[in-house]
Design a protein around this ligand. Sequence first.
Ligand code: ZN
Length: 211
Amino acid sequence: MKAAPARPDVVPFIAVWSGEQKHRRTVVYSGHGGIAYADEAPEDRDQHGVLWDARAEGRGTGRPQYGNVHPTRQRVAMQYLLCQVCGKPADRDDRGVLWLIENNRGDWKGWPEGQMTTHPPVCLPCAGQAVEMCPHLIDSSVAVRVRDSEACAVYGRMWSSSAFGAPVRTANAEVVSYGTTAARWVLAGQLVRSLHRCTLVDLQHELGTRR
Ligand SMILES: [Zn+2]
């Protein structure tokens, strides 16, 4: 008997591949306060004027680096509500877009209303596959339908002014809201959405209704 073909590794859409090198860019003071690239181009900033980390794009080249998130693909997935695993549109019904978020029930009254996350939403097939491969997700995560969400912040490395004539990278990575002074000093790596009009749902039930 032939062995069943091994399940191909699922490499999330937002994961970095080893062939996608970081671009070495010189960071300087911006004329408007905060940081800029010495060779900055308009596409280096988002519509809120925040500077983004730069990395080559070559999905599928080399080996996947599961722990690292590709700034451009994460941003696209978050901006357009694409599934973080396959990059196709996330699942949506009349209760909103499907998200799998860390189970932080009890963090505050009304949780997860207002929860901020760097993890883009998911589609049903990928949610089902994720739970099949990692059954612990059923306990550690919560499925939520989200009617409204706002791209309100970025997550990235903070830079600061120095006595050496150029800004310096700090050890801190932070979530920084758009429109704040700190947003001029962050090198964004991930887009953050806040989740609103949330309905907690049972993932097994969600999967069952579409199969
Ligand atoms: Zn998917």
